[in-house]
Write a protein that binds this ligand. Structure first.
Ligand SMILES: [Zn+2]
Ligand SMILES: [Zn+2]
Length: 143
């Protein structure tokens, strides 16, 4: 029996259900799958740059970036960072506790250092990342 998706709000007020699922897909198609915290690909959850609890906009592409984390239906740690750290690294969850991207990176690098490893290639801030092709962005068209 087909059940129509129901929009509902969790106890925290965060919208869950089909609308949020569509928003995540839109964020991924706009920003790609590169985690904005660690710099590696394969990110499947959305981090709010300024958290909703701190007044950040919930459904706003400018306030949303892909990040590794634990989603409602998937566990999505960063493979490279987890391998270097010797433990599962879910960038979005660490940021949820620390609030800032810079502090989150320090914590991840700390786990990696205490595991006796070097940051994996591509770790944010350790080398230039190619990022998104700027020529596909609005405003970049030839005049
Ligand atoms: Zn990450
Ligand atoms: Zn990573």
């Amino acid at each position: 029996m087909a059940v129509a998706p129901v929009k509902r709000r969790s106890r925290s007020g965060r919208k869950v259900g089909s609308e949020y699922g569509r928003f995540i897909k839109a964020v991924m198609s706009w920003w790609g799958d590169r985690c904005h915290i660690c710099g590696h690909g394969g990110a499947r959850t959305v981090d709010h740059v300024l958290s909703v609890a701190q007044g950040g906009a919930d459904y706003d592409m400018d306030n949303a970036r892909p990040a590794h984390g634990w989603g409602r239906s998937n566990d999505n740690p960063c493979v490279q960072c987890s391998d270097a750290a010797g433990r599962l690294i879910r960038c979005n969850q660490i940021k949820g506790e620390t609030r800032t991207v810079e502090r989150t990176r320090e914590i991840i690098l700390g786990y990696i250092a205490s595991n006796g490893k070097q940051p994996p290639p591509g770790f944010a801030g350790t080398e230039p990342s190619p990022g998104r092709d700027w020529m596909t962005l609005p405003g970049a068209e030839p005049q």
